[in-house]
Design a protein around this ligand. Structure first.
Ligand SMILES: [Zn+2]
Length: 320
């Protein structure tokens, strides 16, 4: 008998991604639907159920061929109750019951996890984490998210908030963060943070710079513009990139000093800056790492891109 298959679901604010995977984590089918956040997001779970049932029918598969469905979702997860609350980008203000409802609707057991953590699990299983037992994943997107795998398990902490690397303080007098603190890593190293740093530095900059000219001209700039110009040695862009990477390196060195992971993996849109970003971050990390950590923790770029979520969600079933 062949091993049962897995279903991974990555629930996001704009799309819901699905994949059918083998027990070894190879994606066999994948598809996505739009997230319907209207009417307090109450169509989201029924849409997930319908989409899974529809695709199983289409592929002539039945519920008993699957060992489970893993779901990665925004919001605060209550693992005991199988509920999610406070997923504001889905308009879920009250508790929802995905485990109970999706199990009932599909006949397949369901496991849930926070979305940042499933991305970490995906990179750990099939990406840059090389299936190691100790992996830290940090994602640089609109915000900065994180997931920590220690001794093979996702670290949840006392109230499920472990791994919030984006809110590590790197500058106590820095920009105000959406969380209410000042100088969180997210205010500097997220896509929006990088643009904020660029505008801030530009206001005091008097030299010759294309980035400065773009900002003075009223153009919208992105984190990608900053790194692209820094790669071309634009003076202001280099100042911004150096500060962003040093802040990241500082925060990640302290995470590494606390956890001694085998790999620290950087993903998310900003990580498209590639080796240029990695080398700069690594430089500061090395300076601030304890000797044993320096010898045993390696900084890497994520390798799965958008697929990390569904793969990591599916891996939840194997971890049960
Ligand atoms: Zn914060």
């Amino acid at each position: 008998m062949t091993e049962k298959k897995l279903i991974g679901v990555d629930l996001g604010g704009t799309t819901i991604k699905f994949a059918i995977l083998t027990a070894d984590g190879e994606i066999q089918q994948k598809w996505s639907i739009e997230t319907n956040v209207l009417a307090d997001g109450q169509m989201i779970i029924p849409d997930i159920i319908d989409s899974i049932n529809h695709h199983l029918k289409m592929y002539e598969m039945t519920a008993d061929q699957f060992s489970g469905i893993g779901l990665g979702s925004p919001g605060t997860i209550n693992f005991k109750e199988g509920t999610i609350k406070g997923a504001y980008n889905l308009n879920w203000t009250n508790s929802v019951y995905p485990v109970r409802d999706i199990e009932k609707g599909t006949g397949i057991p369901v496991t849930i996890e926070n979305d940042a953590n499933v991305a970490a699990l995906g990179e750990r299983w099939k990406g840059a984490g090389n299936n190691a037992d100790d992996v830290v994943f940090v994602t640089l997107g609109t915000g900065v998210g994180g997931g920590i795998i220690a001794n093979g398990n996702i670290l949840h902490g006392a109230s499920g908030a472990a791994g919030e690397i984006g809110h590590v303080t790197v500058d106590p007098n820095g920009f105000l963060c959406t969380c209410g603190k000042r100088g969180c890593l997210e205010t500097i190293a997220s896509a929006t943070g990088i643009v904020h740093v660029a505008r801030d530095r530009a206001s005091e900059y008097a030299g010759d710079s294309e980035l400065k000219a773009m900002l003075d001209d009223g153009q919208d700039i992105s984190a990608k513009d900053v790194f692209d110009l820094a790669k071309k040695n634009d003076d202001l862009a280099s100042i911004v990139a150096d500060y962003v990477c040093a802040s990241l390196g500082f925060a990640l060195a302290n995470v590494a000093n606390s956890l001694n992971p085998k790999y620290v993996v950087i993903g998310g849109g900003v990580s498209a800056a590639g080796e240029f970003l990695l080398d700069k971050v690594n430089e500061t990390m090395r300076i601030n790492e304890f000797a044993t950590i320096k010898d045993s923790t390696e900084l890497r770029l994520a390798s799965l891109g958008n697929g990390a979520g569904v793969i990591g969600a599916a891996s939840l079933i194997k971890m049960k």
